[in-house]
Design a protein around this ligand. Structure first.
Ligand code: SAH
Ligand code: SF4
Length: 364
């Protein structure tokens, strides 16, 4: 993985920060490191802001460390309240993070774990970009810090110290379970009660179904909420739509999800991107119901968000019609499944599911 010089402090868990600052020529006592940790979690972008440290220490730290490694290069706002940030990484790679608001003005941060994605799903813009690299924990954590600052600017009435963000979804660019080590470090940063203190229950990870990652998360935690992008429960079709699925066969995937459920005691979400004319038929619904049987699962239907140029085996992809969407939902409901539909937010700035990596247009 690419590394920085000087060292970046954002995204370190408190114990890692304490260790780092103990290694200085004049080692910092843990309570000082804790003060610095709190500042980072509060969103400080310079040591100057850390007014409870004396000036000489602030200057010394400033000469040795960076607080941030990423920079917001543009902010695109959709009329529906969605804001997409394009974020430049130190090596020139660019990622995206999205702030979503629901009808009750509850905010959700959608963050990325990789620049590009190696999974290559045919319906996804990020997949069509190919894979650049994994993000490190600072690059993951800073997306949240950028979005938090944005949320605070947009609702200045929020009590100080509050994040203003109710939930985090790890559903941006990339396959999170292929970057679990760095993601875990960023999660420790989010959880720490000395800093952001975000609860596990407010964080949802979406995976395209990486079995070893699901099992690792089940065994070693953290037990955040899990969503699995199924999209098709017909093995052969799934493998054609989602090339990485070939190494994660459905029976073993189902077993891994059941294992996560058993270990975490949580309900799981199965996501299905609906592609007009491809995966919305009767047999598709029957296969999906068969897969969900025995799991405590909710099915989340996501009508495909258009991405120009994407094709499936020579034919352009299209959105499902209303009849396809509702017909599919009805078949699943008839087999006793709980079905939700994902609202389409952020399409005006290409900030909706599967559109990240598209250069969005500024709303005028
Ligand atoms: N890589 C992870 C998380 C990021 S993708 C995963 O695949 O689960 C987040 C969600 O967006 C996934 O459920 C994915 O299937 C869906 N998605 C991808 N492209 C889409 C598109 N063009 N329209 C709608 N949903 C899409
Ligand atoms: Fe990667 Fe998810 Fe897109 Fe598939 S849908 S290419 S796993 S980001």
């Amino acid at each position: 993985m690419a590394s920085h010089s000087p060292r970046v402090l954002s995204g370190l868990a408190l114990n890692e920060l304490i260790d780092e600052l103990k290694g200085l020529p004049a080692p910092l006592p843990p309570f000082r490191s804790k003060q610095i940790f709190k500042w980072i979690a509060r969103g400080a972008v310079s040591f100057e802001e850390m007014t409870d440290l004396d000036k000489a220490l602030r200057e010394d730290l400033g000469s040795r460390f960076l607080l941030r490694s990423t920079r917001v290069s543009s902010q695109l706002e959709d009329g529906d309240g969605t804001v997409k940030l394009q974020i430049d990484l130190f090596d020139g790679a660019r990622i995206e993070a999205v702030l979503l608001s629901d009808a009750e003005e509850r905010k959700t941060a959608c963050i990325s774990t990789q620049a590009g994605c190696p999974a290559g799903c045919v319906f996804c813009k990020t997949g069509s970009l190919g894979f650049s690299r994994n993000l490190d924990s600072a690059e993951i954590a800073e997306q949240f810090l950028h979005l938090k600052a944005l949320a605070a600017r947009n609702s200045p009435g929020a009590a100080s110290g509050e994040t203003g963000i109710a939930n985090i979804v790890i559903m941006g660019m990339g396959e999170p379970l292929l970057n679990l080590a760095e993601l875990r470090r960023a999660l420790s940063f989010f959880f720490d009660a000395e800093g952001l203190g975000i609860s596990r229950r407010r964080i949802t990870l979406s995976t395209s179904g990486v079995i070893p990652g699901i099992r690792d998360l089940a065994d070693n935690g953290p037990h955040i909420r899990l969503a699995c992008s199924l999209t098709s429960a017909r093995e052969e079709l799934r493998n054609r739509l989602m090339p990485l699925a070939a190494s994660n066969p459905l029976p073993q995937l189902k077993a891994a999800l059941g294992y996560y459920q058993q270990k975490s005691g949580q309900r799981i979400t199965l996501e299905a991107v609906l592609l007009g004319g491809i995966n919305t038929g009767r047999e598709d619904a029957a296969a999906m119901a068969g897969f969900a049987k025995g799991l405590d699962a909710v099915i989340n239907l996501i009508p495909w968000n258009p991405v120009e140029g994407l094709q499936f085996e020579g034919a352009p992809l299209r959105e499902p019609s209303r009849a396809e969407l509702e017909g599919f939902a009805a078949l699943l409901e008839k087999s006793g499944l709980k079905v939700t539909r994902r609202y389409r937010k952020g399409r005006g700035v290409a900030g909706a599911c599967g559109q990240l990596g598209v250069v969005g247009k500024k709303d005028s």
